[in-house]
Design a protein around this ligand. Structure first.
Ligand code: GAR
Length: 209
């Protein structure tokens, strides 16, 4: 019998890199069926780049503004991923819009710290998401892992995890609670992908038993 498939992962970041660190730790402890072979940051100053260096992960910065067009930026991102023979790209707080290249539909995942299709899209990042959740008075929030398409925080949903929201919660309280869920939800989705248990049908994802 052949060994279970270990994916070559590309992680795309713009922020602090907590998600990246979580992937690296789980990969090293054998709980993630993949290893991070490339980190791409959309910002030269993102702390995630320092974190990648501390973790000994190969990383580079590609700033969208240094490309003549969004298409040229995306072409370079996917060229780098292909060069490293990445199987699956993981958006981990990546703030640049990324039109998905040919051959990459269903091979780029995103996580969003709310229950999509609510509280997502352009401008919904960081504490803004949780401030909007609090202002709406909803009683649950959570995180969504989905395959990415050409729109921000959009595409077939793979899994969602919920957390309770109480009247007294600050945006920071909600953010903390949601991120704790993210730490298991995103790796779980990657492991389902590695196990070939995610089936696309009519813009939806079926999780096979
Ligand atoms: C995560 O909470 C992720 O859900 C969110 O960015 C954070 C990244 O944190 N993504 C989005 O808001 C996508 N719209 P990190 O840089 O510390 O890993």
């Amino acid at each position: 019998m052949s060994a279970p498939r270990r994916l070559r992962l590309g992680v795309l970041v713009s922020g602090t890199g907590r998600t990246l660190e979580n992937f690296a730790a789980l990969s090293r402890s054998g709980l993630l069926r993949g290893e991070v072979v490339l980190v791409i940051s959309s910002s030269r100053t993102a702390y995630a780049l320092e974190r990648a260096a501390l973790l000994g992960l190969p990383a580079l910065a590609l700033a969208p503004r240094s490309f003549p067009s969004e298409a040229a930026f995306a072409a370079e991102v996917f060229r780098r991923l292909e060069k490293e023979r990445v199987d699956l790209a993981l958006l981990a707080g990546f703030l640049a819009r990324l039109p998905i290249a040919r051959g990459w539909r269903g091979r780029v995942m995103n996580i969003h710290p709310a229950l999509l299709p609510g509280f997502g899209g352009k401008g919904f990042y960081g504490l803004r998401v949780h401030e909007a959740v609090r202002a709406a008075g909803v009683k649950v929030s959570g995180c969504t892992v989905h395959f990415a398409d050409d729109e921000y925080d959009h595409g077939p949903i793979i899994l969602q995890r919920t957390v309770p929201v109480s009247f007294e919660d600050s945006a920071e309280d909600i953010a903390h609670r949601v991120f704790e869920k993210e730490k298991t939800a995103y790796p779980e989705a990657v492991n389902l992908y590695a196990a070939e248990r995610l089936l696309h049908a009519d813009g939806r994802v079926q999780v096979l038993p």
